[in-house]
Design a protein around this ligand. Sequence first.
Ligand code: HPA
Length: 278
Amino acid sequence: MNSDILKAGAAHVRKGLPQARPRWAIILGSGWGVVAEAFKASATIPYAEIPGYGETQVAGHAGRLILAQHQGTDLLIFQGRRHWYEGAGWEPVAMPIAIARSLGISTIVLTNAAGGIRSDLHPGDIMVIDDHINALGASPLIGPHDPFWGPRFPDMSTVYRRPLRQLLDRAARQLDHPVAHGVYLASSGPAYETPAEIRAFERLGADAVGMSTVPEAILANAAGMQVVGLSCITNFAAGVMDTPLSHSEVIEETQRAQAPMRRLITTFFDLLAESAEP
Ligand code: HPA
């Protein structure tokens, strides 16, 4: 990763939002973009204007950074994400985390769409990410050590913080909308997996599979942020059913789950505001 590019991007945002004092951030992945509408926005910066970030490449990813307020707290909303499989290097993938780190974010919520591997995970379910498996074959931390990202060898034993996961459970109970829990595995994509790969991932301990989130979680955790993650299960993973997978099916399924996604996130932030931050 080129730290100079990341620091220039973060400096651009700091300059564009001089009044911002955000403590929380959220990255809205495939189909989650509508959640941004639940918050009061006070400023917007298109990713394309942020040096080193660039426009999103995938349908369903708006590509803007929104400064919003909730319960008296400033919040950064990244509406859409850049992916490793886009081939533009790690900088666009790492940019939201570099910006979050640079603006002093303490808690970050990562969201995505994922295929369900475990048999009880069905399209429309929301899964709290308890842990992850990095099957990308790469890490954004490879390269010269930059103390901006914490120690050379960051601990990964509690990336997805238990108190935050418990807060999501409380929010789900309050809404009477159950959430699942599981391990998310990231493969590089952009091809969906083969049935043999899914069987292998299941044996490795994966409950759901996607193409994102893990690099962001690695970086945010290394930089000392509290991380929590949510997957919207949009399909049965390859080979579980006979039907072929498609991105339009993924987006369609997240559209059905939008009301609970939105309520879960706003209630989570309500509870986070109430709690002494975990
Ligand atoms: N595999 C990988 N990524 C995905 C899937 C899947 O089945 N569904 C949504 N994103």
